[in-house]
Design a protein around this ligand. Sequence first.
Ligand code: FEO
Length: 169
Amino acid sequence: MNQKVAALLNDQINKEFYSAYLYLDMANFYSRKGLDGFANWYEIQAKEEQDHAMLMYQYLQNNGETVTLEAIAKPDKTFEALMDPLKAGLEHERYVTSLINTIYEAAQGAKDFRTTQFLDWFIKEQGEEEKNSMDLITRMELFGEDARSLYLLNSELAGRVYSAPSLVL
Ligand code: FEO
């Protein structure tokens, strides 16, 4: 593999684990607030991020590259209002989209079409992640101020179930 592309993917493994950590911290925040549905939603989000990391880990190994695991940074965001994690989540997903795009661009430049094909799934996934984040913000804006509606929204988010990623290597 092109070594720049391999290095970017190796770095992205760390970023995905950091994302998992960040979302777990958001789940932690909502648990403290007594919103178990929101906590559930973010716990599942954290699992998905671990899946993203493991897909890249497996992909590099499948291609004969050495994976180097680095320290995962401490989640550095502080939350006060119930809306704060939702906005931070959207901002974070937009950042991750830019990272995936950078890797895609490098792979394209190196004519590493196997990697661009691998990353196609992530490009689509980022679209979904950003949409989910925006939808949550919209619903919180609509229903978050009213205790009854917030209770119903929380109950709905409690119903989110984890499913393994559709991409199989
Ligand atoms: Fe792994 Fe939320 O992107």
